[in-house]
Design a protein around this ligand. Structure first.
Ligand code: PGA
Length: 255
């Protein structure tokens, strides 16, 4: 049984002050919820404060939204894995479609970052997903296959146990247009098939695959009850602590 993992991707939102009141409200709302793993990914500047606020909370884990593939040195504006570990960050989102489309991240770069994260004991959340043009051209499987094989190249079975995959169809991100539960399930089942090809069925059966793209309280249960959907990566709706706690609770009720 895979424990569901529900993550908030705040993107470039939340000052330190806003993050503080968010966390206070959110912790009150979720109480002692342990049936699902909860992850929050603030912007870098809010990580130290959120880390401090979560230091005595064992039910919510901290994530970064990106990191450098390099260890240290002359890389102006970049943040390394060890800098994140020092702040008790546990996960890192890698290859989000906004990083891929706006900042030119390729599968090769995502692969380098994934390896650097694992080396530093960070658990990567590796994002994949097709655009609308690719879906309309019937290329969903081809795109997912290429992204998975490229982003996860050279990882051992042990490494794969540490990662989470997020399937996020680009056309559903921030658009209010969600993949139907059947469309999402189909892509997740295919993703698991490719993971089995890369490693083995036993390893693939243990890897959690999140769905992302306009997840909100109203569509959570239908999506999270699909057999291969093991959690959610939530953008817009995660900015409201009450909406995000509802998504967490609705997912937990299915566990
Ligand atoms: P959204 O974003 O929930 O606003 O669609 C999801 C994501 O980009 O991770």
């Amino acid at each position: 049984m895979r424990k569901k993992i529900i993550a908030a991707n705040w993107k470039m939102n939340m000052t330190v002050g806003e993050a503080t009141s968010y966390i206070e409200t959110f912790l009150r709302e979720i109480g002692d919820e342990k049936r699902v793993e909860i992850v929050i990914a603030p912007p870098f500047t809010a990580i130290p404060k959120v880390s401090e606020l979560l230091s005595k909370v064992h039910t919510v884990n901290l994530s970064a939204q990106n990191m450098s593939a390099e260890k240290s040195g002359a890389f102006t504006g970049e943040i390394s894995a060890s800098m994140l570990r020092e702040l008790f960050v546990r996960h890192v989102i890698l290859g989000h479609s906004e990083r891929r489309s706006l900042y030119g991240e390729t599968d090769g770069i995502v692969n380098k970052k994934t390896k650097a994260a694992l080396e530093a004991n960070l658990k990567p959340i590796v994002c994949i997903g097709e655009t609308l043009v690719e879906r309309d051209a019937g290329k969903v499987e081809e795109v997912l296959d290429t992204q998975l094989k490229g982003s996860l190249a050279g990882l051992s079975a042990e490494d794969l146990h540490e990662i989470v995959i997020a399937y996020e169809p680009v056309w559903a991100i921030g658009t209010g247009r969600t993949a139907t539960p059947d469309q999402a399930q189909e892509a997740h089942a295919f993703t698991r098939k490719v993971l089995a090809e890369i490693s083995s069925q036993a390893v693939a059966d243990k890897i959690r695959i999140q769905y992302g793209g306009s997840v909100k309280p109203e569509n959570t249960k239908a999506l999270m009850s699909q057999p291969d959907i093991d959690g959610a990566l939530v953008g817009g709706a995660s900015l409201d602590p009450r909406a995000f706690s509802e998504i967490v609770k609705f997912s937990a009720e299915l566990s």
